[in-house]
Design a protein. Sequence first.
Length: 237
Amino acid sequence: MVGIITNHSWLDNPTFRGMRQSLMRSFEQFYVLDLHANAKKKERAPDGSIDENVFDIEQGVAISLFVKRPGLERGVWRGDLWGKRLAKYQTAADAELREVPLSKLEPNGRDRLFIVQDSRRANSYAVGWPLNKIFPENGAGIVTAHDAFSIGFTHLEVQARFENCRRAAGNATELHREFHVARDGKLYQEAGNLLPAIFALLFMRRLMSDRVSMKTRLSGELSAALWTRLTTQILCY
């Protein structure tokens, strides 16, 4: 028998389907008590009251017992515990397994989810169109980590913002405050490290704007697109 206290995301996250399948091959019985209180999902108790985490973390928590003994009835049993932190502590400390309301699950399909499901809704959902069929072409997109600072409607707007940053006085803390950039993001932590990137951007802009004769000229649209791309790439460093 193995008893563990973990993040509860492995119970229903599709990316953990391989983990669930492996565990079901390795153990005969599973007893899972989901303590919920996932702040990222804004979980609340079924009656609408506050659901408190048993730890000072944002992720929800689960207590699990895995039983390995050949000949036992195979299955997954799940219970849910909502409410105040102290009430969860008391239940976890005092209750015996047979006293905890548990529902037997039937994990099936590709994902083998350890949650109570409405099979009728699941069947209806299964006949829908998957997103990768609706949108065959896809990508991660652009991540700047500081959209308000690095994105503008025109390249002139972004360039002016960089010029203001270049001329700004003060230390890194004041720069972060003035330009509304969080310190835990990916923007350079020190103003001294930020300036070379700004100078590089301005230099590239001058090169693209230069009207020296060349065999192939950049159109105004292409120039602006390259400027925006360069800006984004350096900010994402």
